[in-house]
Structure formats: structure tokens, C-alpha cells
Write a protein that binds this ligand. Sequence first.
Ligand code: LLP
Length: 468
Amino acid sequence: MSSTPLAPAWLVEPADANALPASVWSRNARRSAVGELEIAGVSASALVAEFGTPVYVVDEADARGRARGIRESFDREFARVGSSAKVYYAGKAFLCTEVARWVTEAGLNIDVASGGEMAVALAAGVDPARLGLHGNNKSLSEIDRAVGAGVGAIVIDSVVEIERVATAASRHGRTQPVRLRINSGVHASTHEYLATAREDQKFGIPLADAAAAVALIRAQPSLAFLGLHSHIGSQIFESDGFAEAAHRLFALHAELLKDGPVPELNLGGGFGIAYTSVDDPLDIDEIARRFADIVSQGAAQLGIPVPIVAIEPGRAVIGPSTTTLYTVGTIKDVLVSVVEPVETTATRKYVSVDGGMSDNIRPALYAANYSARLANRTSTASPALVRVAGKHCESGDILVHADYLPGDVEPGDLLAIPATGAYGWAMASNYNYLTRPPVVAVLDGAARLIVRGETEADLLSRDVGVTP
Ligand code: LLP
């Protein structure tokens, strides 16, 4: 079926609906000799036989390689401009002890956004000095645990936190390094950035109030000021938003240097990845090169030393590494009325799988686009436009708004959705009392469980009315 009016304008019908575009799939995903999807040498059917569906499959070498690649690119480019870089993995994208070890072994630090994320990193044995704690409303207990554990940086997000962190640090007899998060007014998202009017959000301190806040930090003997922090958004494909934010922060950074050291500048995370074959994010080498140029040129203009730059990518490290496998349960050809460009009707093939918005909320929450492929076989059937839906009691429970699959897709087939590593498991829920799927790492032909799936007993275990 070609040229259906239901196909969105951006979607290109593939010449081969079995192909696995390298920009979207993890590095070790390929078709086996018999046409099955195989990741790091483990076939989809073997994974499903052992772990069932749905299952998140992480290509371990891909995740480790991306973590190392980002660190190496930033090390090289910042050495070129006479400085250095610190890379924090934003654990909110997906954190478990195994991933915490992968990224720290690759030389990254970890940014944690809550006491819970901090607990996972500490349980993994990560040196607390390599953690940065974020949050616009950290509890007193989170602050106390972070300071007590010896967390390397706390990102102060509001004036009231200065005293809270200082008090905790005095109580523990520590000098706590802190950053100050600035609301630069720049907000960037895919393909577009709005340089104004995005002050209207909860994070950080307005640029105009920042100098006074830094003076308060410096007046606290138990705090050590590391520098300014800015995070402008997520799934960003261009560098101009970062350049604008850096530009706005730099004037203040230079001003602050007059009264004391400002060793670092943290430009946050947000580097975009490809979810479908039409997405074309900048590659990491190019991002690192542009960041080094932006920062070194900004420093030169102001006549100040190039600061150590910290970044906090989450999605770009873990997102492309993971593929979710599902089993197709039901298929319906639904007749849909179309008004544009002419009034007509068209058929949309709804392919329903055994997971849904509880294992990937992003299509429902952000209208995010994903792609899908048959995993258990290839097929020469002509491509059909499909919508992949989940099994939840909600019509917005969509996993893939639109893609082409071989038209003979049938119940019992395995379906694979790539690039689900970031904000998939991390934002999973138990909606409709579905159990959250397991996470399996694959490496060199072997599969290994890294987070077990939930059972219905897990779900019932918190209901105090259930008699044992
Ligand atoms: N640093 C800070 C302060 C952040 O708030 C975030 C993301 C990051 C770093 C990492 O951003 P990344 O490199 O992963 O884009 N749930 C949304 C994304 C929310 C991101 C929140 N902050 C999604 O699924 O697209």
C-alpha cells in the first residue's frame, strides 16, 4: 500500500520495510542470516523465549561506547582550547546500578535528580565525589544525605536553598561545592529555539538576581562556589540555543571572577537523538567542537580564562542503546474519514502489542515519534502504514503514531521499537496494573538480566488490604 492520505508528511515510505537504519538502531543491531533481528549476537526470539515480552534490550557495548565517545570528544576539544571538560551522565534518562557502573567506567560522573537516583548511584559503589545533585525542591533530608555522603556538587536552584545547604554542610563539618542554576531565558527544543519568553518556568534563578545569590553563597564559609549552571531543554538538534545561553551566562561569569574564583561553567544536557530515519541530530564530535569554540571565543572576548565546562547528557548516552520487544496480539484495519487534501476514506492498520504507555509514555505525553520493525522475521510483503498501539484502556495509548511494516504483519509476530533507552523505563508506570518489564543487557552473544520485571505479586505487595 503506497501513498495513503493517512501517512504524515514527514514519513518516508522505506524501500525495504525490514531495513534497520543505522542512525536509529543500536550499533550492534542487525538482521541474522534467517532475517531475524539480532542485537549483539542475540536473536529476538531467544531473548523473548528467556525473558518474555515486553522487554527492554540494552546493547551494552553501544551504551558504553557512546558514554566513552562523548567523554573523549569533549576531552579532546576542550584540551584544544586549553581547558578541560567534565561529563555527567543524567541518570534521570535511565539509572540502575549496572548502568551507573558502565558510565563511571567510561569516565563519566553522574547527575542525580532526587534522593532515589542518588541512592541507586551510591548502591552501585559510585564515588560520591563524582555525583551532582539537582532538583528545584530538594527536601532537607535529600540535602542532608547528599552532603553527608560527600556528593561532589549540589546545584542550588533557589535562594532559599543556599542556607539549607550551608547549614547541612556546617553540621557535617564539610565544605560543600555548589553550582548555581540560572534561568537564562533560553529554551530550546527540537529544531527550534525561543530566545525569549521562557523565563516562565520553575527552574533556576533569573540572570538579574544571580550576582546577589552568588554573593550569598560566597558569604557562607561552608560552601565553595563552583560556577553557574544552565540547562536549556532536551532533544535539541542544533547548537545555537547553547551558544545563546553560554553568551548570556558569560557576562555574569566574567563579572563574578572579579570577586573570587569561578572554575567551572555547566551547560547542562539535551543533545538530541534519532527516533526515526528522518531525524538528523548533530554528531557528538561536532557538538563538542562547537561547544569548545563557543566557550573559548566567549572567554577571549571577555579576556578571561576558558573555564572547565561541565555537560549533562542523558538521552544521547542511553537512548539509542535500547530496543523494546513486544508481541503483536491483535490487528485491525480501521476505516478513517479524511478531509484533506480531498474528502475520502482510508484504512489505518492498528497493530496492538502487549505493552504500551506504561512502558513508554513519550508518544502519548509529548506526541513523540518512534519507528517499528518486525523482529522475528523479514517479509517481502508490500509495506503498509501502521499505528502501533498498546493494551491500555485509553485511545491515546500509542507507541508508534505512524510507520510502515510489511503488510503481512500478524498476531504472534514480534515487534521491535528502537531508541527507547531514555525516559522509557525511567518514566514507566503500573497503569492498569501492568507490570513494568525487565531490562536485559546483551553483549557478545550473551543476554543478562540487569533489572528484573515486576510480578503481580510485586503489585499486590503494597496493598495493605491483601491477605497474605
Ligand atoms: N540536566 C538537567 C538539569 C536536566 O533537567 C536534564 C533533563 C538533563 C540534564 C538531561 O537531558 P537529556 O540530555 O537527557 O536531554 N522526559 C523528557 C525529557 C525531560 C528531560 C528533563 N531534564 C523526555 O522524555 O523527552
